[in-house]
Design a protein around this ligand. Sequence first.
Ligand SMILES: Cc1cc2nc3c(=O)[nH]c(=O)nc-3n(C[C@H](O)[C@H](O)[C@H](O)COP(=O)(O)O)c2cc1C
Length: 416
Amino acid sequence: MESLTLRASPSSTASPLLRLPGRRRAASVRVSASGAGAGAGEPDLSVTVNGLKMPNPFVIGSGPPGTNYTVMKRAFDEGWGGVIAKTVSLDAGKVINVTPRYARLRADPNGSTKSPIIGWQNIELISDRPLETMLNEFKQLKKEYPDRILIGSIMEEYNKAAWHELIERVEESGVINFSCPHGMPERKMGAAVGQDCALLEEVSGWINEKATVPVWSKMTPNITDITQPSRIALKSGSEGIAAINTIMSVMGIDLKTLRPEPCVEGYSTPGGYSARAVHPIALAKVMQIARLIKEEFPEGGRSLSAIGGVETGNDAAEFILLGADTVQVCTGVMMHGYGLVKKLCTELQDFMRMHDFSSIEDFRGASLPYFTTHTDLVQRQKEAIKQRKAIRMGLQSDKDWTGDGFVKETESMVSN
Ligand SMILES: Cc1cc2nc3c(=O)[nH]c(=O)nc-3n(C[C@H](O)[C@H](O)[C@H](O)COP(=O)(O)O)c2cc1C
């Protein structure tokens, strides 16, 4: 699916919600520390973001892993910190999916099925299930898991009344956050909004004037400068940014049939790229947004939910080191299952132990100050070379060896 702008909102917690002036409140819900990452005496994985307390920072990203009651329940049971449901709209009747709708890229250039999957393309649309059904399932999940974080993901056409109706109905179901994607450009629903700052400002204004729960806006990476829509979303009142949605891609061409993939009745359409291959791109976008939040919204209360190619605790650590509050996983769950959260928590704790970090806040954003401009890199390197030369040890040339100082001169050139 082409990317959407997503807004997520804070979730529940026993502690008061962080609120922007004159803004929404989330329902007060306690999150138990059950599930992965809650062991005593271990590095503490719990996070509080926009007032939502989660046992760990791992959130199911909007997509197939949050598409119905059964799978969302499974995510809670396995210990995910939160779940963002598959994106819903008012009229699911307009959403017609095709099959096949996924295509995979393997590390082996010849595509050997034994080699790891590194890229995933989908041409899937938002949820094709009736809104009423999804809302009933949200209500049921909120009843069964009153202290867990369930985030609704919403998308509508370019129509204020429709957005307002959708927000009202989804809020009634008890979700505590919105993730607002923008997809389906042909219906002015997706990239059409996420890539057009004027449209985004208008739609974001509609959403934020209506929503009473916190909102995270999900950013498409299919834009030259991701800080522009991020700035607009935050200025219109969104409490957080989620990034990235999928990257526009054509997965490949079948060299026998000459048809593009995934191939539906002989034809295809560009889709959204995800999984490990997009992780470096997501890191760059998340870094840019983290800097924006730090520099232009220093008053605090704005959150960042990082998404893109997470399959290990180290992938998550990288996002958190750049300033992410939470880390979403979508394709990783499709490839490895819901139990992946346990591995993610263990690996993230291993990383924390290695550095003696006892909480996520101990290292959140720690790597951000080390990004600079290329011009500055050149200057720093010049300076470093100058200093190294000044203190350079060892002999410059074989003619410099002396008889008296021979042993010391030898020592000066040994590395250990
Ligand atoms: C099959 C599939 C369906 C998706 N559907 C949605 C969606 O309905 N709404 C949304 O906001 N993002 C959707 N996404 C995007 C993901 O939430 C996520 O932003 C993207 O895949 C990158 O993360 P990942 O590498 O962990 O998958 C979908 C992704 C995939 C792979």
